[in-house]
Design a protein around this ligand. Sequence first.
Ligand SMILES: NC(=O)c1ccc[n+]([C@@H]2O[C@H](COP(=O)([O-])OP(=O)(O)OC[C@H]3O[C@@H](n4cnc5c(N)ncnc54)[C@H](OP(=O)(O)O)[C@@H]3O)[C@@H](O)[C@H]2O)c1
Length: 274
Amino acid sequence: MKIRLNNNIEIPQIGVGTWTLRGETARQNVRLAIEAGFRHVDTAQAYENEEEVGQGILDSQVPRQELFITTKVSTSIMRGGQQAVRQSIDDSLSKLKIEYIDLLLIHWPVKDCVKDTWQVMEECVRKGKVKSIGVSNFNRHHLDDLLSYAEIRPVINQIEVHPLMTQEENITYNHQLGIQVEAWGPFGQSDIDVIGHPLLQSLAQKYQKTASQIVLRWIVQRGLITIPRAKPNHFSENLDIMTFALAEEDMQAISSLNRNLRSNVLNDPETFPW
Ligand SMILES: NC(=O)c1ccc[n+]([C@@H]2O[C@H](COP(=O)([O-])OP(=O)(O)OC[C@H]3O[C@@H](n4cnc5c(N)ncnc54)[C@H](OP(=O)(O)O)[C@@H]3O)[C@@H](O)[C@H]2O)c1
C-alpha cells in the first residue's frame, strides 16, 4: 500500500526503522528487510549508520527507483547554520551511496534554526538532490511558524504514535494542512509495554494475528505511514498487515488506550534536550 503525498509522490505505507542499528548489524538488517519485501527505509544523520544502511541497500540489488529512502538533518547540524546543513546533505548522499534522497526531514524543531534549515532543504529539492521534504516531532505551533515562510509545503510530519500516545489532535491538524503523518515508535520503542496490553493481546486472539500486527494495522487503518524497527525474524510478521481489517469498534477501543504516554519523557518536542 502506498500513500500519495501533497507533491504527488507516493510513499510505501510501511517502512523499516534503523534507529540503534550500527555497523554490520545495520548493513545486514537493511539488506534482509529489503529481501523480505520492505521498499521503504528510514534512517537519520544522528543514527550514525547512513554508510551501512547505504551498503545494505546496495547489497539487496533492488533497483534504486523501487526504493524509498528517508534521512533526517540532525539537531547539531541545524545549529551549525546553512553551510553545515548544505554540506551534511551532500554527506548523507555520499554515505548512502545514492543520487537523490526520497524524503529529507528536519529531525527536531530546534529553536531558531528551522527556517535556515528549511531554506537549504528547499534549495536541495530545486537542485534535484532531494525529492520531498518534511519535518519530524513538530507540534501545531511549529507547523504554523514553518508554513508562514515555507515556499515548499512539508509532505510529512514524523511523530511518535502508538496506542498509548494516539496524537489525535496533532494528526487531524496535519491532515487538514495536507501533511501526511508518519508514526515512529509504533511499539513504544519497547521501552514502554505497548504490545503486552491485555486489549491488544485479546484482539490478537480474535483476529488470529499477533499483538504487533494489531498495532501496525491500527496505525495504517488510520491512514498513517509507519516504520517499525525489528530484528529480521519479525520482518514478515510486520509486513503482513494488509490482508485483514479491524472493526470500527476495535479501532476505537485501541484509540481509547491513549494516555499521552511517551516512550521516553525526553521525547517531548517542547523540551527535548538534544
Ligand atoms: N523522528 C524521530 O525522532 C524518531 C524517533 C525514534 C524513532 N524513529 C524512527 O522510527 C523507527 C521505529 O521506532 P523505534 O525503533 O524507536 O521503536 P519501535 O519500532 O517502536 O520498537 C522497536 C522494538 O519493537 C520490537 N519489535 C518489532 N517488531 C516486533 C514484533 N513483530 N514482535 C515483537 N516485537 C517487535 C523490536 O524488537 P526486535 O528487535 O527483537 O525485533 C524492538 O525492540 C526507528 O527505528 C527510527 O527509524 C524516529
